[in-house]
Every structure is written in C-alpha cells, then in structure tokens.
Design a protein around this ligand. Structure first.
Ligand SMILES: C[S@@+](CC[C@H](N)C(=O)[O-])C[C@H]1O[C@@H](n2cnc3c(N)ncnc32)[C@H](O)[C@@H]1O
Length: 223
C-alpha cells in the first residue's frame, strides 16, 4: 500500500515533470563521455571490469560510452523520457549489452543478476539527504561483487545550485521542485565508511554550455 500523502504525491509528480520536461529535448546535458566516465574507463581497463550499473544515467551519454567499450551495462533513471531516448540510441547502435530501466534510486534494486563490478553515477546523487544516501549505499553494496568499485560524483558547496533558489537548510536548496544537497567531505566520508573503503575523494568542476560552473566531489570507493 502506498503511504504517501497528497502533498508528497504532488511533489513527486512535480519532480518527474521537471526531469521529463528537460528530457523532451535531445542530449540536454550534451553528449558523452563525461569527465567522470573518462576516468572510469581507466578503472574499467585496469581492473578488467565487464559488469556496470549506472544510476541516474539521464540520456545515456556515459552508459552508451561504457557499452561501446564492450561492457555489459545497466542504465537506470527516474525519467521515462530519458530512458526512452537512450533505448532509441541503443537500438540504432545495436547494443545488446545495454539494458535500461526506469528506476528511482531510492528503491531497492531487483535485478536478476547482482554481480556488478562497477556502480557508477555522474551527478545524480545530490538529490538525496544523508539518511537516504546511507540507505542507497547499503542497497548498492548488496548488488556489488566483492572487491568491486563504486565511482560517483555529487555536487559540492560552491556549485551553481548552491545558495540558489529556496533555502531548505544550511546545505540544501530547492529550485523548480528539485532539492539539491551539498555535503562537505567529512559528512560524506562518515556515511561512506560505514559501507565501503574509501579509495579517493577529490573535487573537480566543469563549465556548462551556458558558461555556469558546476563543482563536484569525485569519489571512488571499494566494496
Ligand atoms: C544532472 S542529471 C545527470 C544525468 C547523467 N548522469 C548525465 O551525466 O548526463 C541528474 C539525473 O538524475 C536523475 N534523477 C533524479 N532523481 C532521481 C531518482 N530519485 N532516481 C533516479 N534518477 C534520478 C535525473 O532524471 C537526471 O537524469
């Protein structure tokens, strides 16, 4: 039974509407691979990785890149429009090694195979508070092979969406129905180390097509 109240349902629909509207345009965030995916390629090569899960794959720029490297890839996103867009490219490129699912990262993973050697996510985890992130990390750990990797980026204070829109708390801001969280290194390390071994924790940035600057944490952990 769904226990959401009316305002929660409304907020959920607004969020889905936001992402589906964005993804009514082609390659909204540009084409890949992203900076993070290029770094992931090194991890893939060095560790002979063949099974990858991407969370919040959007229009698939990185999932398509990994699939074209020959890896078996599952891409997930909350937006049906995004997933349908990637499915079209997958079919055009005949990528049988790429599977795509509409999935809310907050929900447990129910894949038949749960032997991922790399769980990857580029800028799709800043929508969750620390309690939710901790639950997500715990869910991810359950579907990872021993000695496998989780490589992700998430927004950092100073990013273009930091102190932008409605202030929800010291480290979260809402704009257009989307709340983004900006945690410091210690906050993230504290929950990550309950689940994983931290291999590297750095920051990085990119300049967007509209000249704004996105600043993010780049985190590699091992199961
Ligand atoms: C900034 S975009 C990044 C997309 C993609 N990783 C890329 O680099 O192009 C954030 C993505 O997170 C997805 N997203 C937001 N909330 C989500 C959730 N609860 N579950 C799954 N995906 C979510 C959005 O639909 C969007 O595709």
């Amino acid at each position: 039974m769904d226990s959401k109240n009316n305002s929660e349902i409304e907020a959920e629909l607004k969020k889905l509407g936001y992402w589906n509207e964005i993804y009514s345009k082609q390659n909204y965030f540009g084409t890949g691979p992203t900076i993070l995916a290029i770094e992931a390629q090194e991890i893939i090569k060095k560790n002979n990785i063949s099974n990858i899960l991407e969370l919040g794959c959007g229009q698939g720029r990185d999932s398509l890149f990994f699939a074209n490297l020959g890896c078996k890839v599952i891409g997930t996103d909350i937006s049906e429009n995004a997933i349908n867009f990637v499915k079209q490219i997958k079919n055009k490129q005949n990528l049988e090694n790429l599977e795509l699912f509409v999935h809310d990262t907050l929900n447990p993973f129910t894949f038949k195979n749960s032997n991922f050697e790399l769980v990857y996510s580029n800028l799709a985890l800043q929508f969750f508070d620390l309690t939710q992130l901790s639950q997500i990390f715990s869910n991810i750990k359950k579907i990872m092979e021993p000695n496998s990797f989780f490589f992700f980026s998430t927004k950092k204070p100073g990013d273009k969406y930091f102190e932008f829109g409605n202030k929800i708390s010291e480290n979260s801001f809402e704009y257009n129905g989307i709340t983004r969280f900006f945690f410091n290194k210690t906050e993230l390390e504290n929950i990550l180390k309950n689940h994983f071994t931290i291999m590297s924790f750095e920051d990085d940035f990119h300049i967007n097509p509209d000249e704004t600057k996105s600043i993010w944490w780049k985190i590699l952990v091992k199961n």
